[in-house]
Design a protein around this ligand. Structure first.
Ligand code: NAD
Length: 473
């Protein structure tokens, strides 16, 4: 199949490409140049997408799972064959360096293949009184998949793969800031899947609420901010739609005094700043023991000095721009607030003028616990480095947040680190490494970082209803 990734961005409705009367501009965040005009779906087009998904649902659900597994494998092969083109398009619309974009496309392929290897479990129970119970997992119906702009491909595939495998059909709505890779994935998979099984629609701010409130949607799989997540849950409540919500985070790293300072600082630099910190699981508060704090600060600043912030399409770029102007202004305001309140900067803090939403790596020297940079999810390269005296205090401060997504603990004493990890109120804790994820490991947030999980069997089961059939033997 030949796919032109540079133009002709159309939605996928009932297996066909469709443009729309209205469009909106998609910009390259490194240059602020317009890359493309994306279709701005009308309500009629959304209705048509959902109707197509409903019509396709029964036949898709009733196929043997082996056929759906085969379809996922075919999607993986297609995507892999077009990996270079998707890598370039992802960098153009999202801003991330090519190497990171390549990893993101590669992860999509892996996720599709790993989900293709899964089965839906069946539980059987004989109560000894003549009743045989069989509990199966059945598809829910039409899934609305809503993705954000930081990992537009990965976070779409994390929903599409398990939803389709379980026998659901999907309407995918990408962020209006990064719709192009999703629109092209829709096109890429058009003749791999039966019409209506995967629909991709794009649009502005009105489209999300239209979709989540729509009576034709049975389940909402959403990744985005906690604020929007609350709205999604509210619109789901009217019809008790199933929801999976992957929301914001304010992850803490706790560094014990016995670590190799240079090595740990290098790893945590990338744990904090990869994807220019536009990462739900980015280290957003870094607690370092007071005895190594100064050495750690120096080591972090040394790594920062060697990292190029620039256009992700240029070789040598380590960190790209902020993805969009709204977020760029938010991050600049956070930096301005730190200046206003007299926080010392270990590095960064001066945002350059000019085209592109570039923010330098900015590390703040031990701001107070109630500083905005500590309390809020920055979602940009502004990291508070925080000093602690004893571990109980570090754990208490790490847990003192409405979020509960991830975190990490760093020590040569792994047993001690594990004991600390168990006290953190988060869905994931890494010890002496960070951000290793797998389609076979469940991922989700505690507290206001989310509802439900993605990945692994737990994630797959979120796309099913339980059905128990009991027979009198
Ligand atoms: P966002 O909440 O602004 O938007 C996410 C998606 O929801 C977009 O597609 C948007 O168009 C749509 N949307 C907006 N308003 C809506 C509404 N009322 N109803 C339905 N849909 C609506 O988030 P963002 O700014 O695109 O992404 C950044 C946020 O996402 C951060 O908070 C980050 O932590 C979070 N995030 C979480 C995870 C995770 O897995 N927990 C992963 C990545 C990002």
């Amino acid at each position: 199949m030949t796919l032109n990734l540079d133009s002709d961005y159309t939605m996928t409705l009932d297996g066909r490409g469709e443009s729309s009367a209205q469009t909106f501009d998609v910009l390259n965040p490194a240059t602020e140049a317009r890359i493309a005009a994306a279709p701005d779906a009308s309500l009629e087009q959304l209705n048509a997408a959902i109707a197509a998904a409903r019509a396709a649902f029964g036949p898709w659900r009733d196929r043997p799972i082996a056929e759906r597994q085969q379809a996922l494998r075919a999607m993986a092969d297609r995507l892999e064959a077009h990996a270079d083109g998707f890598m370039r398009l992802l960098t153009r619309e999202q801003g991330k360096p090519h190497a990171d974009a390549r990893s993101e496309v590669g992860r999509c392929v892996v996720w599709l293949r790993e989900f293709a290897a899964r089965e839906l479990p069946v539980d059987r129970y004989d109560d000894g009184a003549g009743h045989l119970f069989e509990t199966r997992r059945v598809a829910i119906g039409v899934v609305a998949a809503i993705s954000p702009w930081n990992f537009p491909m990965t976070l779409a595939i994390w929903k599409i793969a398990p939803a389709l495998l379980a026998g659901n059909t999907v309407v995918l709505k990408p962020s209006p800031y990064t719709p192009l890779t999703s629109l092209k994935m829709g096109e890429l998979f058009r003749d791999v899947l039966p019409p209506g099984v995967l629909n991709v629609i794009s649009g502005g701010d009105r489209l999300g609420p239209w979709l989540t409130e729509h009576p034709g949607i049975d389940k909402i799989a959403f990744t985005g901010s906690t604020v929007t997540g609350r709205r999604v849950m509210q619109s789901a409540s009217a019809r008790l739609k199933r929801v999976t919500l992957e929301l914001g985070g304010n992850d803490a790293a706790i560094v014990l005094p016995d670590v190799d300072v240079k090595d740990t600082a290098a790893k945590l630099f990338w744990g904090a700043f990869r994807n220019s910190s536009q990462y739900c699981l980015a280290t957003k508060r870094l607690y370092v023991h007071e005895s190594i704090y100064d050495a750690f600060a120096d080591a972090l600043a040394t790594v920062a000095a060697g990292v190029v912030v620039g256009d992700g399409a240029q070789p040598g770029t380590g960190l790209g721009p902020i993805q969009n102007r709204v977020q760029y202004e938010r991050v600049k305001e956070l930096i301005a607030d730190a200046h206003r309140t007299g926080v010392r900067f270990l590095t960064g803090g001066d945002v350059p003028e000019g085209k592109g939403y570039f923010v330098p790596v900015t590390i703040l020297d031990n701001p107070p616990d109630d500083a905005r940079s500590v309390v809020e999810e920055a979602f940009g390269p502004v990291l508070p480095l925080l000093k602690y005296r004893d571990v109980d205090e570090a754990v208490r401060r790490a847990n003192d947040t409405e979020y509960g997504l991830g975190g990490s603990v760093w020590s040569r004493d792994v047993a001690r680190a594990q004991a600390i990890a168990r006290r953190l109120e988060t869905g994931t804790v890494w010890i002496n490494h960070i951000h290793v994820m797998s389609p076979n490991v469940a991922f989700g947030g505690h507290k206001q970082s989310g509802v439900g999980v993605e990945n692994a069997l737990d994630g797959l089961l979120e796309y099913t209803n339980v059905q128990t059939v009991s027979v009198l033997a």
